[in-house]
Write a protein of this length. Structure first.
Length: 302
């Protein structure tokens, strides 16, 4: 497979995203990149590197650590921060639980995905960030399709999907009142396929968890989940070893694994082209209700 290294649609998307990143640097005083260690935040960080080269990335990387992350993700995060010479800020969900800021869920379907919203808002408030830049794409989920590039949040970190500012001719309005902030989504117009083709085009190093590997897993509610210590198995669930990979990465408790033998970027791209399952179809947190994502976003989730 060959992707021409010229002004293809990928280069147009790249230029648009870099323009948005430069607008953030121009309009905000204390912006930050929300870095999850997933492919979208990796591409976003790569775009920021290119947008401001040869200077360093002018934004710190902020990781909201649920405490239930895949080990491969944390290792990749630390190696990337060292490579780029970037500043890393970690918000800890476990600390939020210990401080009584949130109550940890219990039971078989317990997850730290929802509690991390409080940690995120507390981290934004602690460091006075006025813009949080993230790798959200409109094709991921219907609630995310409602977002603008510059998405306003009120003084409580909440989002009103019915009250959004128009964005005409590439003009972005970052005006805000004291205590308010923006979420900024430079890769809004990208698709999952665009992301992987760009990774291939730019030869971006990726966490090993995105490629096929053997892992202890169990089957629940139509998806394979990692059999890690933080996961509580039901009496009728059994653990087995399978060849799997991650298609999207989040908290272990809500990240479904894909049965796959894709061991290269080319094979991942071909696999995505043939699949009929959406990317977030493997995310357990999206299946809690019909409006699960929008409910979390309104409350301050990314």
């Amino acid at each position: 497979m060959k992707i021409p290294n010229k002004l293809t649609h990928l280069r147009e998307l790249e230029a648009e995203s870099m323009y948005v990143l430069r607008e953030v640097a121009a309009q905000f005083d204390r912006p930050a990149i929300l870095f999850s260690g997933g492919k979208d935040s990796i591409v976003l960080t790569h775009l920021a590197y290119k947008a401001f080269y040869p200077a360093q990335i002018p934004f710190p990387l902020v990781h909201i650590d649920t405490g239930h992350n895949f080990e491969e993700t944390i290792q990749y995060r630390d190696a990337l921060v060292e490579k780029l010479g970037a500043r890393l800020i970690v918000g800890s969900v476990q600390e939020s639980i210990d401080q009584g800021r949130v109550k940890e869920e219990t039971g078989y379907n317990a997850s730290r995905n929802r509690p991390q919203t409080v940690t995120l808002l507390d981290t934004i408030e602690k460091y006075k960030f006025d813009a949080a830049i993230g790798g959200v794409r409109r094709d991921e989920e219907k609630a995310r399709a409602k977002e603008r590039f510059f998405s306003h949040r009120d003084e409580f970190g909440q989002w009103d999907p019915r009250n959004q500012r128009p964005e005409l001719w590439g003009l972005y309005n970052g005006c805000k009142n004291v205590g308010e902030h923006f979420r900024v989504f430079p890769i809004s117009n990208w698709t999952e396929m665009d992301v992987w083709q760009y990774i291939y085009l730019e030869n971006i190093e990726m966490p090993s968890i995105y490629f096929t590997h053997q892992r202890r897993v169990f089957f629940r509610d139509g998806q394979w989940l990692a059999a890690e210590p933080c996961m509580k198995l039901k009496p009728d669930e059994t653990v087995e070893t399978r060849q799997v990979r991650c298609r999207t990465i989040g908290d272990i408790s809500c990240t479904g694994l894909t049965l796959s033998r894709a061991s290269s970027l080319e094979e991942i791209i071909n696999e995505i082209a043939a699949t009929r399952l959406t990317e977030r179809g493997s995310r357990a947190d999206d299946k809690r209700s019909e409006t699960a994502m929008e409910d979390r976003k309104i409350a301050g989730y990314f």
